[in-house]
Design a protein around this ligand. Structure first.
Ligand SMILES: [Zn+2]
Length: 328
């Protein structure tokens, strides 16, 4: 099966972890910094056998440093959507924490507008639709996260499609952020939540309890039929990111990867990269990897496409357009 040609939907992709080496090097050069390409690759790409989550997270330092200007953010977003379009991704939701991009004084709304500018330019040039998910961060205080959310709300429907919370889920589980999600509900913003990646299955149950429409990763529920059933019944989309899950040891052995368990149980699963550059991956690589443990049929591919559209945060108008695209 050639996974480059089939139309795809990507719902879990971090902007800062997905900057191509070329664009990153160009932005660094603009800032007067020269890092030889091999050294740069070492600094921003995690090895397949990553030793720790800390080692993985360290790879974001340089990208975040250059993503402090309107130009950098716009170029990174354009580049990401361009690369996704090249592998026939028809709709991409990209996410980032606006609060990570304020060190040179940009406002939350300016940061989002810059990213959206890049995405809209890519839509013009390559026809790829997109949406922005703004991430709150678990290590920040509630007030900072809620302020970010309220400012992002001004651009809901104009680039922003949803919110999320990312960071250390082991020590800060979803229920701690109930006030944040209550505020998102009040503002009419849907949300997905990173859950069951490095945290346990109960954190996925908590995500459902606080009203998440989707969960990021969800790996930890592989042996919890009760939570799997709850995802199926409530049509909670699970954003699977195989390569990243192996690197961060969300699962110890790829043969145990629960894709088939979730898919056969009737959960709407999507197949995603998480971090294209940090994990040195692409949607095609993710699909090929899964295909090595679960052979996709044409019907499976159609179902994943359709259900990914169903659970995406795009407007009904865009969903309708995406559903008209046929996989074969
Ligand atoms: Zn993620």
């Amino acid at each position: 099966m050639n996974f480059t040609n089939i139309p795809k939907i990507e719902l879990h992709c971090h902007l800062d972890g997905s900057m191509s080496v070329e664009v990153l090097q160009k932005l660094l050069t603009d800032n007067g910094e020269q890092i030889p390409i091999d050294e740069l690759k070492n600094k921003i790409m995690a090895p397949d056998n990553c030793q720790s989550l800390a080692e993985y997270l360290d790879k974001f330092t340089i990208p975040i440093n250059v993503l402090q200007t309107a130009h950098g953010l716009e170029e990174a977003a354009y580049d990401l959507a361009k690369n996704a379009a090249k592998e026939n991704v028809r709709y991409i939701e990209t996410r980032f924490a606006p609060t990570s991009h304020i060190s040179k004084g940009m406002k939350i709304t300016e940061i989002i507008e810059s990213v959206n500018k890049g995405l809209l330019r890519a839509k013009e040039d390559f026809g790829i639709y997109s949406g922005i998910i703004v991430c709150a961060m678990r290590h920040l205080d509630m007030d900072t996260n809620i302020q970010m959310l309220r400012q992002s709300r001004e651009l809901y429907g104009e680039g922003v499609v949803a919110c999320d919370i990312a960071g250390d889920e082991k020590n800060h589980t979803n229920i701690e952020y109930k006030a944040f999600f209550d505020e998102a509900k009040r503002l009419g913003m849907p949300y997905t939540i990173h859950s069951g990646e490095c945290g346990n299955a109960d954190n996925i149950a908590e995500a459902i309890e606080v009203g998440a429409k989707r969960v990021g990763h969800g790996i930890a529920m592989y042996n919890r039929p009760d939570i799997i059933e709850s995802c199926r019944n409530k049509k909670i989309g699970v954003e699977m990111c195989p390569v990243s899950n192996i690197q961060t040891k969300a699962i110890r052995d790829f043969s145990l990867y629960p894709f088939e368990t979730f898919f056969k149980a009737g959960i709407p699963v999507s197949i995603n990269t998480d971090n294209r550059t940090v994990s040195n991956t692409s949607c095609v690589r993710e699909w090929n990897m899964l295909n090595s443990i679960y052979e996709f049929s044409e019907d499976d591919i159609r179902r994943i496409y359709r259900e990914s559209v169903d659970v995406c945060f795009a407007s009904d108008d865009i969903k309708e357009k995406l559903l008209k695209i046929s996989c074969f």
